[in-house]
Design a protein. Structure first.
Length: 134
């Protein structure tokens, strides 16, 4: 485990993404929420709901867009399946998901979603997640 400010992270890369988000958001870093549970398959009469913990969510208050950030060292088949379920059952969260990878170039995750290289994270504007729309 990797630790910063008594917060434990699953990987060094997840910690790096967290620190970059804090730097990017500055005074608004209090709106970074960790390990946000998203329902990727609702319950049925036979099965319980299936959840997925996204690494980070940026969200201020009602009326703001929720932005989800997943730090991914490796895009696995299991992760792609989770994305398929998320897209089908929670398309708004899927549209607002940013997958951050360590490489220099973006990685094609599926037909419509590409990853964001770590070095580009500083260029993302999260204003829609921290200010109320007028």
């Amino acid at each position: 485990p990797f630790v910063d400010d008594c917060i434990q992270f699953d990987s060094k890369f997840e910690l790096q993404v967290f620190l970059e988000l804090k730097k990017n958001l500055g005074q608004y870093d209090k709106f970074i929420h960790r390990q946000e549970m998203l329902v990727i398959k609702p319950p049925t009469s036979n099965y319980a709901p299936k959840g997925w913990k996204c690494d980070f969510m940026i969200h201020a208050e009602a009326g703001c867009v929720k932005r989800y950030i997943e730090a991914k060292g490796l895009v696995t088949r299991e992760f792609k399946l989770q994305l398929q379920l998320l897209e089908f059952f929670n398309p708004i969260a899927w549209e607002n998901l940013i997958i951050v990878t360590a490489g220099v170039a973006p990685i094609k995750v599926d037909r419509r979603k590409w990853s964001t290289p770590f070095h580009c994270l500083r260029d993302i504007d999260f204003t829609d997640a921290i200010t109320l729309p007028f």
